[in-house]
Design a protein around this ligand. Sequence first.
Ligand code: GDP
Length: 459
Amino acid sequence: MNLDSSPIAAIATAPGRGGIGVVRASGKNLQPLIAALFGATTLQPRHATYIPFRQADGAIIDQGIAIWFRGPNSYTGEDVLELQGHGGPVVLQMLLARVLEAGAELGLRLAEPGEFTRRAYLNDKLDLAQAEAVADLIDASTEAAAKSASQSLSGAFSRTVNDLVGGVTNLRMLVEATLDFPEEEIDFLEKSDARGQLAGIVTALETVFRQAAQGALLREGLNVVLVGQPNVGKSSLLNALAGNEVAIVTPIAGTTRDKVTETIQIEGIPLNIIDTAGIRNDDEAVDVVERIGIERTWGEVGKADVILHLLDAAHGPTRDDEDIVAAFPDGVPVLRIWNKIDLSGHKPSADVMPDATHVYLSANEKTGIDLLRAELLRIAGWQQTGESLYLARERHLIALKNAGVHLARAGEHAAQNDQSLDLFAEELRLAQVQLSSITGEFSSDDLLGVIFGRFCIGK
Ligand code: GDP
């Protein structure tokens, strides 16, 4: 990947047609680019200028708005030039090509994915958790996820983490000072209330972890696999849960040939539902396409957070159902769902049994669907607390957890009175390193590559 500091440009808007489209450039000094594009017309920083965008030979590509943000007052912290034209893929490609040509002497090149945001991070416009929140806001699949992402983007998560870092740093300073002046070491822990301070930090960390873990649910969602015999009502259940028609519902066995992934939401948590090809084992009825569908199904089942095993309440389990159950991977929770209770006469219910939780419902009549939703939320670990959540990533959760481990060890050393103050100090330092990695104070290039490489180009 080319990540030198030369100026970069890219189309910043999503591919496809739109009312407007934006080509964006960023570099330490874009004045020569502006001069090459617009000749004698100068742009005032942060002013919108309506202006023709021209080819080198003077032919007009488009008319639009040019805005120049003079560094450091810009998204990236460098000079940024935004050309807002009409949002057609061809016209934007022409405009981008023209910008690259006009900036050739400056060394202007096409931006790598996430490179604008990476520069914003490197120029201290955003910390790492905020930069991640940019991508998460763009990718948010529910309103609750978008809210939490903008919460993190505004710096709320970073501030909370920085408060924790501040608390740890304070305590470290106290301990380190005592280590430097051993004659004052006696009764240090008592006098400085170090244990009380540590307990306060641990409590605060637990709160942040809880908010982050709930927020992570909003980001990742739950992978739900629907399995069951053909015609048992998988497509109907998916539709009942989703509230719109996504799968083809038909009484002909084996029509749902391939997996259908649909993201629906329950209380803002995305559920990635994988409806599977009807699994059946009578060989003569199974053709090649269907066999591939069946193999894929089992591939998905192994990766799921929960398996919904759909059964017919009116007919009871078949031999094939027994085969399906036997093939379930260990460790993935299973919800046994008895559908078509309108035919069987069961009441809607959710019963916890030794083998699994059994839910009785009717996809067609939409009775018992709420019980299933509540069960899914329980499995997801969702607790409605009303407190604001941070759209955290796995990386953040691991860092918070590791910090907690170091703080717990620090607590053990503190319990030894003043004999192991140096070990106490070392654990505090390790906790601080973990916490600081969230906002990117100590981050390796590898980590930055992973984080920014997942952005779209132009972001
Ligand atoms: P799939 O093959 O498992 O995806 O099953 P479908 O969703 O296509 O449903 C098969 C048939 O069962 C359709 O005719 C549905 O209308 C019917 N069906 C699904 N759910 C119910 C239900 O709760 N009650 C009744 N009576 N019929 C249902």
